[in-house]
Ligand binder design. Structure first.
Ligand code: CDP
Length: 236
């Protein structure tokens, strides 16, 4: 028996992960953050490159996708139950801190554009649902590619500047105009890379509900999704 699926897609720093976690908590579902697996594969690839004396983009260019995925398996990259959902583990340890570094954020879009890496991530996400787990999954292509039959699809957006401001606050840093401008441009570059790639580009599913959170507060956006989910899952 397959579990229920709520897909939350959207651009960088649109609040997908925090929203997905809160929605999952309210409904008793598990939260799956697909981006954490792409970030985990990026950590593994850069470490594998480092072992061979290569850094950054040079490391990624020198390794075949098969070598990267073999290293991911060998180092035990996986999602494991953690609080209200699943978190990425590497070599038996929670990998959260390593996943969020500036270096990983700068290289993750290149890794996420590799088709076999996407298949590897997608098969892990689908296996959870096949096992009967009810999930809230967040990412870029969840409603379009990974779970096209999801019970509910949400596409979260917010202006680039709002998203940049949230990302800076999330890091506990002060928002000065120059920093805000640099962060807005970095987010826009990643959105461009994610939206224009050949495989599974970031775009809303035709049947997704669009939710612009620029002027919504966090509780309102979570409640909006929870209310819609309750209507759908009460019918089943
Ligand atoms: O936290 P943030 O929204 O900035 O990013 P994330 O959800 O952690 O995803 C990091 C990167 O992984 C994105 O910029 C995409 O390149 C890639 N990704 C993807 O291609 N497809 C997904 N379903 C999730 C993430």
């Amino acid at each position: 028996m397959s579990g229920g699926v709520i897909a939350i897609d959207g651009p960088s720093a649109s609040g997908k992960s925090t929203t997905a976690r809160a929605v999952a908590e309210a409904l008793g579902f598990a939260h799956l953050d697909s981006g954490s697996l792409y970030r985990g594969v990026t950590v593994v690839a850069l470490r594998e490159g480092f072992r061979r004396g290569l850094t950054g983009a040079n490391a990624l260019a020198a390794l075949s996708p098969e070598t990267i995925l073999r290293a991911a398996e060998d180092r035990g990259l996986m999602l494991q139950p953690d609080g209200t959902g699943f978190a990425a583990y590497l070599e038996g340890e929670p990998a959260e801190e390593a996943l969020r570094s500036v270096e990983i954020t700068a290289h993750v879009s290149a890794i996420a554009a590799i088709p076999v890496v996407r298949e590897w991530v997608n098969s892990r996400l689908r296996a959870m649902v096949r096992a009967g787990q009810d999930v809230v999954v967040d990412g870029r292509d969840i409603g379009t590619v990974v779970f096209p039959d999801a019970d509910l699809k949400i596409f979260l957006t917010a202006s680039a500047e709002t998203r940049a401001g949230r990302r800076i606050s999330q890091r506990g840093q002060r928002i000065d105009p120059e920093y805000l401008d640099a962060e807005t441009q970095a987010l826009a570059a990643r959105d461009r890379a994610d939206s224009t790639r050949q495989v599974a580009p970031l775009r809303p599913a035709e049947d997704a509900i669009h939710l612009d959170t620029t002027t919504l507060d966090f509780e309102e956006q979570v409640q909006f999704i929870v209310d819609r989910a309750r209507l759908i899952f009460a019918r089943d």
